[in-house]
Design a protein around this ligand. Structure first.
Ligand code: PGA
Length: 250
């Protein structure tokens, strides 16, 4: 039985400005007061370096994506090594918004995950089914196939994290039922152990999709929910601190 520290990771998406870095400082202060929880904020690329100075060492600052290649003619892209140099300690890859809008395939996500881990960034690989797939009873199959296609063969020296985010729960105020979350996270754990052996028992599995202060405790009480990937409720300290505190309680 592995004891996994909870991780609360905020994804600011395309939100935030220099003025909002005051929130990062406040979130870092709250993280310092709360023991037993890891906290990360992933702002837009342009704010990473400045956010690192505001976070001190209390929280990790991360990126929302990275390119699979180290350098080259990839206009508009940022490599894992560049993120590392800017002070990022983690990267999210395969978020459903990138899979949809940038047509990122499992294969591409897997290459990005390998690049991020290779640069020694903690790497959060996102998976999750659409509403139509859940209604058709295919949620587990879809997520199992995303895991098989998106996770690298070895986790390397950096930490691999999986985030389960049902697409229909992102930004909608809807969350999956406790039973559905428990069922999905159990399946993901089984797959991780099948793929990585004992190390698979140490990989944290986050839940994402409309996580907020009012539902965090219930989600964190579920077996194999090792934290949360938080969008909207990560933009202010006021919204994310109750989630961090709920993670600290269990
Ligand atoms: P949400 O976003 O918390 O606003 O639903 C979660 C995510 O997309 O990571």
């Amino acid at each position: 039985m592995h004891v996994r520290r909870k991780l609360v990771a905020g994804n600011w998406k395309m939100n935030g400005s220099v003025a909002d870095l005051a929130e990062v400082a406040e979130i870092a202060a709250a993280a310092r007061r709360t023991s037993g929880v890891d906290v990360a904020i992933c702002p837009p690329f342009t704010l990473i370096a400045a956010a690192v100075t505001r976070a001190a060492s209390d929280i990790s600052i991360g990126a929302q994506d990275c390119h699979a290649e180290a350098s080259g003619a990839y206009t508009g892209s940022i490599s894992a090594a560049m993120l590392k140099e800017a002070g990022a300690r983690l990267a999210i890859v395969g978020h459903s918004e990138r899979r949809a809008e940038w047509c990122e395939t499992d294969e591409k996500v897997r290459a990005k995950a390998a690049a991020a881990l290779g640069a020694r960034l903690q790497t959060i690989v996102c998976v999750g089914e659409s509403e139509a797939e859940r209604e058709a009873g295919r949620a587990n199959d879809v997520v199992a196939s995303q895991l098989a296609g998106s996770l690298p063969d070895i986790t390397g020296e950096a930490e691999l994290v999986v985030a389960y985010e049902p697409i229909w729960a992102i930004g909608t105020g809807r969350t999956a039922t406790t039973e559905d979350v428990a069922d999905m996270h159990r399946m993901i754990r089984q797959r991780l152990v099948a793929s990585f052996g004992d190390a698979g028992g140490r990989i944290r599995i986050l839940y994402g999709g409309s996580v907020k202060g009012s539902n965090a405790a219930e989600l964190f009480a579920i077996e194999d929910v090792d934290g949360a990937l938080v969008g909207g409720a990560s933009l202010t300290a006021e919204a994310i601190v109750p989630i961090i505190e709920a993670a600290g309680r269990g």
